[in-house]
Design a protein around this ligand. Structure first.
Ligand code: BTN
Length: 240
């Protein structure tokens, strides 16, 4: 599995760059930038970076290879697992916070933004954007106490190219895995085991427990009164 790299000094957003050039870019193109002027996060949020200190990359896939459908369905899991593996190789114990945040010791290191659409009549695309905080110092997050960089854990400055290579290797490994295997690996890494306690932030007294992680990575939970709930919005819930 070979990724073609486009390395940019600066762009608005690597995922937007791909969208703007979707018809000419080939499947397995990766756009990496050293800085984004308007990086996008999940739920319409802004993703801010510090020039040269973050891994900012977007992967383009079109439905021209056998694993495409599995990858589209499991994109969030594939990329969060790949990112966790690449970071774990540096000796940092990582986990996934549902649905696709990369965490270490209760701090967010990065996240995944998956976007799909059609680039021609029957040609689907998938863009997986990944942002990871790498070489920021403690001071960079003084107003963001829930965020951290790899450097804050290791005390070292990390090479962005080495991390990218490691991410390519791990991504290729997870893309080759069967959908069920990915789903199971995700459940382990996210600690989403049946019975896990949950509550809605706006009604914390109503306890629920997790029944399962669905195929689309939404959660099926059950209230103590027996009512079944499908949860898709990570912002509305607390885990216990
Ligand atoms: C999140 O909200 O946690 C997901 C953040 C994803 C950010 C990455 S950085 C590279 C790519 N380009 C973007 O504009 N966003 C993604």
């Amino acid at each position: 599995m070979h990724f073609r790299l486009i390395l940019l000094e600066e762009t608005v957003s690597t995922s937007s760059y791909i969208k703007d050039n979707i018809t000419v870019l080939e499947s397995f193109t990766v756009v990496q930038a050293l800085h984004q002027t308007a990086g996008r996060g999940r739920m319409g949020r802004i993703w801010q970076d510090e020039k040269n200190n973050s891994l900012l990359a977007s992967f383009l896939f079109k439905n021209d290879f056998p694993e495409f459908d599995d990858l589209r369905k499991n994109c969030t899991a594939v990329f969060s697992l790949a990112a966790c593996s690449a970071v774990s190789r540096l000796g940092i114990k990582t986990g996934i916070k549902w649905p696709n945040d990369i965490y270490a010791d209760g701090k967010k290191l990065g996240g995944i933004l998956a976007e799909t659409g059609f680039c021609a009549a029957a040609e689907r695309y998938l863009i997986a954007g990944i942002g990871l905080n790498i070489n920021q110092e403690f001071a960079s997050f003084k107003n963001l106490p829930a965020a951290a960089s790899l450097r804050m854990f290791t005390g070292k400055i990390h090479d962005l190219a080495d991390l990218r290579k490691s991410l390519f290797k791990e991504t290729a490994k997870f893309i080759k895995m069967k959908g069920r295997e990915i789903h199971n690996a995700y459940i382990q890494a996210a600690g989403l085991f049946p019975g896990t306690g949950l509550a809605f932030k706006n009604e914390p007294e109503t306890r629920m427990h997790l029944e399962k992680v669905n195929d689309d990575y939404s959660l099926t939970a059950r209230k103590s009164g027996g009512e079944k709930i499908i949860i898709t919005d990570s912002e509305s819930i607390l885990f216990s």
